[in-house]
Design a protein around this ligand. Structure first.
Ligand code: BDR
Ligand code: CA
Length: 301
């Protein structure tokens, strides 16, 4: 049986690659996509979700979530993903607007989770605003969630500040709620996303890998400008490959404290301990990761 997952996303360029890989995976059943403000505003992240699903010919429902962080001021990463979130790429087909649910993301998440016959894995690849609100509003969903696999944080370093990664920095209070919840969390942080960066050569190879390959090639061609050292980091894809190819990753148990205020806001202080609720990804098979990226797009017709 395929593993049921829900993806919560601030749909930017690396989110597109991750979601596409998930939708065509033999291991995963994507039941719902929920959107959150982050890389760009909620209007664009939601539009991108509907447009991407239309382009890929998928009928996964989309529910629009919360556009602003719980407490802090909104921050975007449009300098990385462009003003619409997908660089200069434009989806041309008329969008299948029927994919967009009338329910807001928090209610849609609750309904999908509690009505699923099997526990659902939440894959969070944006700021954790929706997930924190879900856990606080509908704590009964906890019994039906297998685990949360998220892209965010870092054992060491940051990309928004010297000590904070964007998804956590963009809503540190939400991140604190999630990490402090008694649930198993897989943290794909910068430690492992930076390690699994791909090269310009890998991106070029995607160009000839069908319609989906050509689409992500064009977006990554834009995205490269943010990675002038040539290490193109498709952060969010780590969450999907963690689920489909767990052997690619080394994990270490930890507890994670999120700093919510001050100069270190968004920092994920990671205490390694066998009793921790977090499996922090600390190592990866880099060659295996790059090969898997190409294999996935090779397989999409
Ligand atoms: C994370 O922030 C966003 O810009 C990316 O989509 C990814 O989820 C990387 O720090
Ligand atoms: Ca993202």
């Amino acid at each position: 049986m395929k593993k049921p997952i829900i993806i919560d996303t601030d749909l930017g360029i690396d989110d597109v690659v991750a979601i596409t890989a998930a939708l065509f995976s033999e291991e995963l059943d994507v039941r719902l996509i929920t959107t959150v403000g982050g890389n760009v505003g909620i209007e664009n992240t939601t539009r991108n979700a509907v447009d991407l699903l239309t382009f890929l010919g998928k009928d996964t429902p989309v529910a629009r979530g919360v556009g602003v962080p719980l407490v802090s001021k909104p921050k975007t990463a449009s300098h990385v993903h462009g003003s619409t979130g997908i660089g200069e790429y434009r989806f041309e087909a008329k969008a299948n607007e029927a994919l967009l649910s009338d329910e807001n993301a928090i209610v849609a998440l609750k309904n999908h989770i509690v009505h699923s016959p099997e526990p659902v894995t939440l894959v969070a690849i944006g700021p954790l605003t929706n997930i924190a609100l879900l856990l606080k509003t509908f704590p009964e969903t906890l019994d039906h969630i297998e685990e949360i696999v998220l892209m965010g944080g870092a054992v060491e370093g940051g990309n928004s500040t010297p000590v904070a990664e964007f998804n956590i920095f963009a809503d540190p209070h939400a991140a604190k709620i999630v990490f402090d919840t008694d649930i198993h969390i897989v943290m794909c942080g910068l430690d492992v996303t930076a390690l699994t960066s791909v090269t310009n050569e890998d991106v070029e190879k995607l160009k000839n890998k069908g319609r989906a390959g050509e689409m992500v090639y064009q977006m990554l061609h834009y995205y490269k400008h943010a990675y002038s050292d040539g290490k193109i980091t498709i952060h969010d894809l780590c969450t999907i490959f963690y689920l489909t190819r767990p052997n690619l990753f080394d994990v270490k148990r930890a507890n994670v404290n999120v700093v919510t205020e001050g100069d270190a806001a968004g920092c994920t202080i990671t205490h390694f301990t066998d009793d921790g609720n977090v499996s922090a990804c600390v190592g990866a098979d880099v060659e295996g990761f790059r090969n898997e990226l190409l294999t996935v797009f090779e397989g999409i017709s």
